[in-house]
Design a protein around this ligand. Structure first.
Ligand SMILES: NC(=O)c1ccc[n+]([C@@H]2O[C@H](COP(=O)([O-])OP(=O)(O)OC[C@H]3O[C@@H](n4cnc5c(N)ncnc54)[C@H](OP(=O)(O)O)[C@@H]3O)[C@@H](O)[C@H]2O)c1
Length: 189
């Protein structure tokens, strides 16, 4: 079955952006970037990947989910148009290539996507959408940057107490100080 994978950059104190959506403090140079380009090329905005000569084969992801704030902060009409893009909002609309804005319940949308054939589904973020989709997340790929923000948008927005176990699949430390950790949900037997 297709997996929902939350792949995101996070600080040591658990933030994915500053309080006003700032993300310029996440370094975009270093050996971890080569790994992003090599393994996670599907998560690079379409035009940017083309300018870098990165082939996007949709081998890992063929669909991306974004909350409205995540979509809006990028300022692009159709940032990942090599993927099927689904943006969640109850108040906004937008039109673009391979882009759909929906006010449907995200968990229902994910369950429907999982019942279809395809590659994995990338949960891009942000924290609020991730909170509403937490029970559906099968895998986490966290890019942990050696930074403290002090304040900002958390990896998961507020949700009720509900422990869920994951097991570590791999951890890779880069010379840049960034650590990629992958976790898979432990399903009860
Ligand atoms: N570090 C990273 O890898 C990374 C990745 C992605 C995003 N980010 C950052 O995260 C920030 C945005 O995160 P955020 O938590 O503020 O917002 P978000 O989750 O991106 O978007 C929140 C909005 O999405 C819609 N939404 C969320 N849950 C919904 C639901 N259950 N049903 C329907 N619509 C729903 C709502 O829009 P309406 O109010 O219009 O209904 C809500 O206001 C940005 O600054 C971005 O840069 C960082």
């Amino acid at each position: 079955m297709r997996e929902l994978v939350y792949y995101a950059a996070v600080t040591l104190d658990g933030f994915i952006a500053g309080p006003n959506g700032e993300f310029d403090a996440f370094p975009v140079v270093g050996d971890h970037v080569e790994e992003i380009n090599r393994r996670f090329g599907d998560t690079i905005p379409t035009d940017f990947a083309a300018s870098l000569g990165i082939r996007q084969e949709r081998s890992m992801f063929d669909t991306v989910l974004m909350g409205w704030n995540t979509y809006a902060v990028g300022g692009m009409v159709s940032p990942y148009r090599h993927l099927r893009q689904i943006v969640f909002s109850r108040t906004h609309s937008a039109a673009g290539e391979n882009l759909e804005v929906t006010d449907s319940d995200p968990a229902e949308v994910v369950r429907r996507l999982k019942s279809e054939e395809g590659a994995a589904i990338w949960l891009c973020g942000g924290g609020r959408l991730a909170a509403s989709l937490a029970p559906e997340i099968d895998r986490l790929v966290l890019k942990r940057y050696p930074l403290l923000f002090g304040d900002g948008i958390p990896l998961f927005g507020t949700r009720s107490y509900r422990p869920a176990q994951f097991e570590e699949v791999s951890t890779t430390a880069f010379g840049s100080g960034v650590v990629f950790s992958e976790y898979a949900r432990r399903h009860e037997t």
